[in-house]
Design a protein around this ligand. Structure first.
Ligand SMILES: [Zn+2]
Length: 345
């Protein structure tokens, strides 16, 4: 439960503060697959960044050929790709990953599209042991074409869009940013994958500008400055991430602001109401918070009976997934003749 003092205006439904997820906490949010319409709207920078996710996967497979792949979407800050790999990535790996990515851009490989049937696609990934890709195939709605993109030796399940060639990505515009954990499909019961984050800009000048901005923003981060000034403290272990514990100096500020807010509202003829801190999902839908801020809001409280029901549903999903994998393997067995020529994939 949050402290009243931290909520100067209780009459507004509240989105939780957008607390950054610490790197050690594995991402628990699943990424919704983009619709074809959404893909059509991806701008030039998004296409460039998504292409970079393919370039990253190409580089990682060259350096660690036994890596298993999940997905690699663009993000607001750049892009990422999720890998399952024995080797634990660390920032020490970034220089050689970046170097390999730059090589891929210099090879100027074309992003070539091809279409496969669902059975062919299943057999292709099952034969390579790429179990996460096998499962991701299930996300593609019936009737939607199953497209593959190949650049150089690397083939990925993807609906695009990309830049035309890896050479459209400037070697100086790429930067690896961080590594974090992420559960497959954001579910903590699934295997924990390693998520490599990077960013890409049109050229080195734009990347350098962004890096400088990030450094400047870090210096001005209110969470850092407020803690240094002794206004508040955070304790993720005992209270939760993003929840401020107001110290005496900070509490004075909060109360002064509340006083000012009350006086201003009173002068303008407003009357105050109080609402509970907790509400049902419907309210956050009505307020418009849920569709936009679900990632940074606290998850709903779950009653015991819901938990049981969910466990049953999850068990059924797991069963279905394993029979799908078995089916894929049997298809792979049937097609275990000579491997298809990479150029025809
Ligand atoms: Zn792609």
């Amino acid at each position: 439960m949050q402290n009243d003092e931290s909520k100067p205006d209780e009459s507004q439904p509240q989105a939780q503060p957008p607390a950054p997820k610490p790197d050690f906490e594995a991402a628990k949010t699943d990424v919704q697959r983009k619709t074809l319409d959404q893909r059509g709207q991806m701008d030039e920078l998004m296409r460039l960044r998504h292409s970079c996710a393919h370039i990253l996967a190409t580089a990682v497979l060259r350096l660690w050929p036994d890596a298993l792949l999940d997905i690699g979407p663009p993000t607001e800050e750049g892009f990422y790709y999720d890998f399952d790999l024995k080797h634990r990535f660390s920032p020490d790996d970034f220089p050689k990953i970046e170097e390999e990515m730059r090589k891929v851009t210099k090879e100027n490989q074309v992003f070539e599209k091809s279409i496969k049937t669902r059975e062919e696609a299943l057999a292709y990934f099952a034969a390579k042991g790429q179990k996460f890709k096998v499962e991701r195939l299930g996300d593609i709605p019936e009737g939607e074409a199953i497209s593959f993109y190949q650049n150089g030796e690397f083939v990925d399940l993807c609906a695009g869009p990309h830049v035309m060639r890896t050479g459209n990505v400037k070697p100086g515009g790429i930067k690896m940013l961080k590594v974090a954990s992420a559960y497959f499909r954001g579910n903590e019961k699934n295997p924990q994958l390693q998520r490599l984050y990077g960013t890409a800009f049109k050229n080195k000048e734009e990347l350098d500008k962004w890096v400088t901005m990030q450094e400047e923003a870090k210096k001005r981060d209110h969470r850092k400055i407020g803690a240094e000034m002794g206004l508040f403290a955070f304790d993720a272990e005992y209270v939760g991430p993003g929840l401020a514990l107001w110290l005496p100096k900070g509490t004075v500020l909060v109360e002064e602001l509340e006083k000012l807010a009350k006086e201003t509202e009173f002068q303008a003829g407003y009357v105050r109401v109080k609402t509970p801190h907790l509400a049902k999902e419907k309210m956050y839908k009505t307020s418009g918070h849920l569709p936009y801020y679900a990632d940074s809001m606290f998850p709903p409280m779950e009653m015991d009976e819901c938990r049981e029901q969910r466990a049953k549903i999850e068990a059924r999903i797991a069963e279905t997934e394993s029979s799908l994998l078995e089916y894929a393997k049997s298809l792979a067995g049937r097609n275990s003749g000579p491997k298809p020529d990479a150029g025809n994939i």
